[in-house]
Design a protein. Structure first.
Length: 151
């Protein structure tokens, strides 16, 4: 059963691009934008990350920190973060455990072929670690995502 609005988020979010454990209590007293994306350096994922980067100060002014999650390796995240000057943490979830917990891992279809992959989605988590809002795959607008969050 996937986590949803009203549920407490897991304490351990995974490991950052620097190999450090990322824990929910690191963000205690702050709100968190936890966004799941398919792959570093792809057009949609780059647009989404850069939109969040460009609006990072506005998000922080509203009390948010940002954490991105994909199955990519820490090394891939380091390159992606450096290339696009991303000011927030990227978590490597190569075993899909966090993706699955949030229901962000599932069946996708491209060109008639079905496969398992990341379902682009975002969860807003309050200061107490409770999920307050969820944006599903059909709701996330990669070029306007920060505005969606700040509404």
């Amino acid at each position: 059963m996937a986590l949803t609005v009203g549920d407490k988020a897991p304490e351990v979010l995974g490991f950052s691009e620097n190999g450090e454990e990322v824990r929910l209590d690191t963000f205690k007293g702050k709100k968190l934008v936890l966004y799941f994306y398919p792959k570093d350096n792809t057009p949609g994922c780059t647009s989404e990350a850069c939109n969040l980067r460009d609006n990072y100060e506005a998000l922080r002014a509203e009390g948010y920190e940002v954490v991105g999650v994909s199955p990519d390796s820490a090394a891939s995240h380091q390159r992606f973060k450096a290339k696009h000057e991303l000011p927030f943490t990227l978590v490597s979830d190569s075993d899909h455990s966090l993706l699955e917990a949030f229901g962000a891992w599932g069946e996708k279809t491209m060109c008639g072929r079905k496969y398992m992959g990341v379902l682009r989605s975002t969860f807003l988590i309050d200061e107490n670690g409770v999920i307050t809002k969820a944006f599903g795959p059909k709701e996330v607008k990669v070029k306007e995502h920060a505005a969606q969050i700040l509404k």
